[in-house]
Ligand binder design. Sequence first.
Ligand code: NAG
Ligand code: NAG
Ligand code: NAG
Length: 141
Amino acid sequence: MFTSIISFLLFCIFATGTFAQSISIALPQEGANVTAGSDIIIQLDKPMSLTGSEEVAVVIGIESCPSGACAPPSEELGDILYNGPYNPQVVEGAWNPYENFTVQIPSTLSGKAQIGVAHLYLLGAGLGPILQTLNTTVNVV
Ligand SMILES: *[C@@H]1O[C@H](CO)[C@@H](O)[C@H](O)[C@H]1NC(C)=O
Ligand SMILES: *[C@@H]1O[C@H](CO)[C@@H](O)[C@H](O)[C@H]1NC(C)=O
Ligand SMILES: *[C@@H]1O[C@H](CO)[C@@H](O)[C@H](O)[C@H]1NC(C)=O
């Protein structure tokens, strides 16, 4: 009985930990207008978490999909805008640690485009690798 309660609590901690490690795209906002050829800031937020995790890298891509449906970021990231380390920092006044990435929107794009992010990190006592993908849609003008 006691052991099963402990297991349950551990499960909760790990389940919460996994959830809490999921980063999010804070900027640009879904549906934002961005100018082709210009620099924009991609802000990736990492929630404060209970369990320790170790960052490995993020890849940020942009895929043109003027007709509407884009392939999921787990299949296609499109043009790679950034591929490298992710070091979210605690910034005064911000709710979560985050990192800003300045990337250039390709000048050839126009219309609807999907910004896809792949996030690789290590989680748990055994530091198991986890790949998270996320996306947001912008309108290139
Ligand atoms: C993007 O630009 C269009 C056309 O100017 C405008 O109607 C729309 O409100 C803008 N969207 C946002 C999110 O600012
Ligand atoms: C894009 O992200 C939204 C949540 O922000 C999600 O609902 C949607 O399934 C994602 N699309 C793909 C293709 O992964
Ligand atoms: C990150 O970018 C946002 C939006 O431009 C800005 O408000 C914020 O100050 C930037 N943070 C840092 C640490 O430069």
